[in-house]
Design a protein around this ligand. Structure first.
Ligand SMILES: NC(=O)c1ccc[n+]([C@@H]2O[C@H](COP(=O)([O-])OP(=O)(O)OC[C@H]3O[C@@H](n4cnc5c(N)ncnc54)[C@H](O)[C@@H]3O)[C@@H](O)[C@H]2O)c1
Length: 252
């Protein structure tokens, strides 16, 4: 009779995992047996997300985190180290809610800076803080970009620029991390109906519906499965890439 020791549970950090796509990713990873760390800014959203995950039987740890605050990110890294270190990181937190609507020449300076700060600098800051742990496990990072960066969505220029920067950052990080066996990829979802996108105008939904190759609406689960694949050993030879998950709305 052969004996098998059960494999070490993998710990995945998902930023902004209190709701939306991050929550779907956390649930997908957790249902597959991972220990998930919810690193969310807003306490009430974090609480709701953790309750949902616990009810689904997911092993979850909540560390309230502001991805733009180095002190907060250091606290996150210390908490994850206490759990044995991160095997994977999903940089999902972003300002994605209520940012659209203005042409680029009307976007307030502070709004532009804030979107870049959360979406780009936050992604870099968390990745840097968790890097040693990830390298120790030859782990993987997945950054949430958006097909908006590839399509050039109108009245969303700061968000579009931030997600273009996430795609470029992914490539730079992949080159730096490759020698340590750490892979870095991005997923670029299309318009997916979640709380954050409830305010997106009906015409934008209609545009996607009309121009996708697949004539079906996108769900959070469509994104979660691809994120999980990129974190897995099945993707061991994939790094520096951006996988567009949008039903063929843009074809990169
Ligand atoms: N839903 C879509 O249609 C869509 C499409 C393309 C890309 N995306 C990307 O997917 C990701 C998730 O988007 P979503 O639609 O679920 O939006 P969402 O607003 O529900 O999720 C973002 C989460 O990040 C959290 N957050 C914001 N600032 C933070 C900070 N400073 N520190 C920590 N957490 C912070 C928010 O509280 C929120 O829970 C984002 O990166 C978004 O840009 C979403």
């Amino acid at each position: 009779m052969s004996t098998h020791s059960s494999p070490e549970p993998r710990t995945y950090v998902v930023t902004g995992a209190g709701r939306g796509l991050g929550l779907a990713v956390a649930e997908h990873l957790g249902r597959a047996g991972a220990h998930v760390v919810v690193a969310e800014l807003r306490a009430e959203i974090a609480a709701r997300g953790v309750e949902h995950l616990s009810a689904a039987g997911v092993r979850v740890t909540r560390v309230d985190t502001d991805v733009t605050d180095p002190g907060s990110v250091a606290t996150l890294a210390a908490a994850v180290a206490d759990l044995g270190g991160a095997h994977g990181l999903v940089n999902n937190a972003a300002l994605a809610d209520g940012v659209g609507g203005l042409p680029f020449w009307q976007i307030p300076d502070e709004a532009f800076s804030r979107v870049l700060d959360v979406n780009v600098r936050g992604t870099w800051l968390v990745s840097a803080a968790l890097y040693d742990q990830l390298a120790g496990h030859r782990g993987a990072i997945v950054n949430l970009a958006s097909d908006a960066a590839l399509y050039g969505s109108p009245r969303l220029a700061h968000y579009v620029a931030s997600k273009g920067a996430v795609i470029a950052l992914t490539r730079g990080m992949a080159r730096d991390a490759g020698p340590d066996g750490v892979r870095v990829n991005a997923v670029a979802p299309g318009l997916t109906r979640v709380e954050a996108t409830e305010s997106v105008p009906a015409e934008r939904y209609a545009l996607y519906r009309e121009h996708r190759a697949l004539p079906i609406d996108q769900t959070p689960g469509d994104v979660a499965g691809v994120v999980a694949f990129l974190l897995s050993e099945d993707a061991r030879y994939v790094t520096g890439q951006t996988v567009v998950v949008d039903g063929g709305f843009v074809m990169a």
